[in-house]
Each structure stands twice: as C-alpha cells, then as structure tokens.
Design a protein around this ligand. Structure first.
Ligand SMILES: Nc1nc2c(ncn2[C@@H]2O[C@H](COP(=O)(O)OP(=O)(O)OP(=O)(O)O)[C@@H](O)[C@H]2O)c(=O)[nH]1
Ligand SMILES: [Mg+2]
Length: 459
C-alpha cells in the first residue's frame, strides 16, 4: 500500500552552514508550503522552479525566515510525489522553526530514509538502488562514493536481473517440457544443459562475492593492526599515516599501553588503524594487560603491519610475532634504517614467506610511499580503478548472494545424483527468488507472466 500523507524533514546536516533545507513530499506538499509562504502562489508556478519569499506563521503573520522555495511536481521528482524544498538560513534555529511550522500545518515528520522508501514504493528505484542512496550518504572516500553511485544508477540491479533471466529461462524450459511434452520444437532440457546454466550463474555470483570484500572495506575501513616489539616505532608509524601526532611517542619502551584507533585514507583504501602496546614478555601488570589486548586486536584484523627494528638483531619476541600473524594478510615494516644495521634482512624475508617487506625511516620520512603502495596493491591489485566494476557493498546483498550460491550448489548436487529435473528446479527457483530479494522483487506472479511471455504457447 502506497502511503499518501505528506512527510517533511530537515534534509541538510544539523549545524552551522550557509543554508539549510526543509523538504516536503506528498500530495499536500504544495498546499502546506503555500499556507506558510508569502511571496507567490506556489500552486501557480511552473514545476522545477525556485521562488523567493518569506515563511510566516499563518495565524499571527509573524515572519519566521526569508527563504527560497523549490517546487517540483510529480512524477519527475525523487519520490515521484510532489516535492517542495524550502531553503532557509543556515544554523539550527531558523530551519527548526520552519520545520515546526510545516508540521503544524499538515505535514508529518518523516521517518529516517522515508523519502527514499517512497522512491522505492513508487517504483522510481529498486531496493538495491535505495540502499545505494544510503551508502552514498555514508561514503567515507571518493571510491566508496563511486561504488554507491554506480549501484544507484542500477548496475548491480542489471547484473542481478541478468542472472535471474538466465535462471528463469532454465526454469521455463523445464516447465514447458513437463507441461507440454507434445511441443517438440521446445528444446529438450537435458541434465547437461541445466548443469551448464547453473555453473555459469554460480561462477558469476562467485565473482561478485569476491569483489564484495573490497566493497565492504570501502565502506567500513580495513581494520589494520600495527604490532611489534616495544620501541620499534609503531606509534610513530600511526602518526605518520594519520599525519598527526595522535599517539604518544617516546624513547621509553612500553610507552603505548592502551589501544589507539584512528581512521585514515591511504590511497583510496580506508584504514581503521589500531596502534597497540609493544608485544614482549613482561612482568609489569599494566603493560601485560596491554600486551594481551594487542593479541586480541591481532585476531580481529583484516591487515597487520608488523614493525621490526633495523638497528637491532631479530629477537625471539620478533619470531613469535611472525608465528602470530600466520594466515593473516600482513606487511613487514623494517624501521629505523637511518641507524646502523643489526638486523638480518634475509632472515626477515624468509620468515615473511612472500609477504611484502618494506624498509622505512619514519624519522627521516623515508619508505612511506612504498608502504602506502604496498597497502593499496594488497587490496586492489591495481584493478579497482576500472570504472565498470560493480561492487556489492551491502551486507544484506552479500548474505543473499551467498544463499543464492548455496542454493545453486544444492542444485548441482542434485544434478550429480541424477535427480529428476523438476526436483533440481526447486533449488533453481529458490536461487531466482533469493536474487529477487536483492532488488526487492519476489512476486511469484512475475514468474508466471515471464514463463508465458517467453514461450508464446498460445500461438
Ligand atoms: N632513529 C630513528 N628513530 C625512530 C624512528 N622511528 C621512531 N623512532 C624513535 O623510536 C622511539 C620509539 O618510537 P615509538 O613510535 O614510540 O615506538 P612504539 O613502537 O610505539 O613503542 P611502544 O609504544 O613503547 O611499544 C621514539 O624515540 C621515536 O622517535 C626511525 O625511523 N629512526
Ligand atoms: Mg607506541
């Protein structure tokens, strides 16, 4: 059921600014705006025009603010309803007063995301596009924004649609074979063909899931732990990457005792950097707790920056750290190259087992470029720049894609066991439905319509 009441909300961030916007959407948007607006009759202006005037308190005629009002009539609006945007003076007071007046005069306060929800209910965008709008608002980097924008213009939807189409054709073939065995011009749906189709879609879903990991990182930041023995320069590394003196740096080993977190963007890769207490055997109670926390952080990281000291030979504590990061994504950073070398770099490279080893002098700001590049390469391997990639960045979508893939695997297993095709078809239909949930279209009526429109059985 499509709602018809008129909603209103402040559409700009709350705070100081040159202008703020109160947005109205719904059947009564123009009438309500007109009631509180002095300047022009908004019912008589052209659609998609903007007008100067004053917002007044209708009963007392008291002027609330000097405003510009944009009028956008349905259906060419974001919600496909009549939309009015009142540009008020910035700051908190004016815009809140205008919103109050709007609400007193017939609008209802919008729920979070309700404008977008209406755009979906009114068929302007599908569910994945609606979610992309939310992602766009929350995007933390240019790349994350690019991903959201591409999703919003429907690339993910198109891809999902094409998978569904493929599955639907398969289902249709089987249906036709069962219901109309006398139609000999309909291609026999053999097990082999069914297997081919399920494999194809399954591979494509897998590809999407692989890039999904990157999408998630773009949105939430890669949790990145800086670990190493005391005094190797972990906090210095944090400060260098953050370009601020966030963490305390001293020449006393065991300076960092607690976890420090900072959000930083390294060449388009958002990192949630975590500086940890230096890891070593210790009797100091406070330091011990810090060391334990460092181990916990390590377990939850997507990426580890393992820092070593160029100026000291490798210790057992260092070797222990190499064991601790086994199986994780990590980069080894050999710091303090401005000092005399006591570290055996060949041994380090051997222990690193192919993981990147970068040498730096944080004091002299050397090697930082190479480190940033290594971080970038590790996660994007050079191809994230390509514009036509579709990232799945939404947890709900990823979940559904995984379920869809599982359903296809069930279908393949049934095929391998030589099950009848109408049994296999149950899993294929389930996949089709799961994919439909991504774009918010699961009506089984659509399935039936599609079947017959494709095959023109009545001809
Ligand atoms: N010579 C030299 N000194 C450095 C370099 N990087 C950091 N330091 C110094 O090493 C000392 C320790 O640096 P921190 O960044 O506090 O080391 P940390 O690993 O965080 O130490 P804890 O918090 O105690 O575990 C400080 O005196 C830094 O100035 C470098 O590249 N060269
Ligand atoms: Mg420190």
């Amino acid at each position: 059921m499509i709602e018809t009441d008129t909603i209103a909300a402040i559409s700009t961030p709350i705070g100081e600014g040159a202008i703020s916007i109160v947005r109205l959407s719904g059947k009564e948007a123009l009438t309500i705006a007109n009631r509180i607006f002095k300047g022009k009759n908004l019912h008589e202006v052209d659609s998609h025009t903007i007008h100067y005037g004053k917002v007044i308190e209708p009963k007392s005629d008291v002027v609330i603010d000097e405003v510009m009002v944009s009028v956008m009539r349905a259906p060419k609006t974001f919600t496909r309803e009549d939309v009015v945007e009142i540009n008020t003076h910035g700051g908190i007071v004016a815009v809140n007063r205008v919103l109050e007046i709007v609400l007193e005069n017939g609008a209802r306060l919008a729920e979070p995301g309700e404008f977008t929800k209406r755009a979906f209910l009114n068929g302007r965008i599908d569910l994945s596009q609606a979610e992309a709008v939310m992602d766009l608002i929350r995007a933390k980097t240019d790349k994350a924004m690019g991903v959201a924008l591409r999703q919003m213009d429907g690339r993910l939807s198109q891809l999902i649609q094409s998978f569904r189409q493929e599955l639907l054709e398969t289902i249709a073939h089987v249906e036709v074979n069962i219901d109309y065995p006398e139609y000999d011009d309909v291609e026999e749906m053999t097990h082999a063909l069914m297997r081919e189709k399920t494999n194809k879609v399954s591979e494509q879903i897998e590809q999407l899931l692989q890039v999904a990991k990157q999408g998630k990182i773009l949105r939430e930041g890669l949790s990145t732990a800086i670990i190493g023995r005391p005094n190797v320069g972990k906090s210095s590394l944090m400060n260098t990457l953050v370009q601020e003196n966030k963490a305390i740096v001293t020449d006393i080993p065991g300076t960092t005792r607690d976890i420090i977190e900072e959000y930083v963007n390294v060449r388009g890769v958002p990192l949630r950097l975590v500086d940890t207490a230096g890891i070593r055997e210790t009797e100091d109670i406070v330091e011990k707790i810090g060391v334990e926390r460092s181990h916990q952080v390590l377990k939850q990281s997507d990426l580890v920056l393992l820092v070593l000291n160029y100026h000291e030979p490798l210790t057992d504590d260092d070797r222990h750290l190499f064991k601790a990061v086994e199986g994780l994504e990590y980069i080894v950073i050999v710091n303090k190259t401005d000092l005399e070398q006591y570290l055996d770099l060949n041994e380090v490279k051997e222990l690193a087992k192919g993981h990147p080893v970068i040498t730096t002098s944080l004091i002299k700001e050397e090697g930082i470029d190479a480190l940033e590049e290594a971080i970038r390469d590790l996660f994007f391997r050079g191809d994230i720049e390509s514009d036509d990639m579709t990232y799945v960045s939404n947890a709900r979508h990823i979940q559904l894609l995984k379920q869809a893939k599982k359903a296809l695997e069930d279908a393949k297993a049934s095929l391998d066991m030589g099950m009848p095709l109408d049994i296999v078809q149950i899993d294929i239909t389930r996949t089709w439905e799961l994919l439909g949930e991504i774009i918010g279209d699961t009506a089984s009526e659509a399935l039936i319509d599609q079947l017959f429109s494709q095959f023109c059985l009545g001809k």
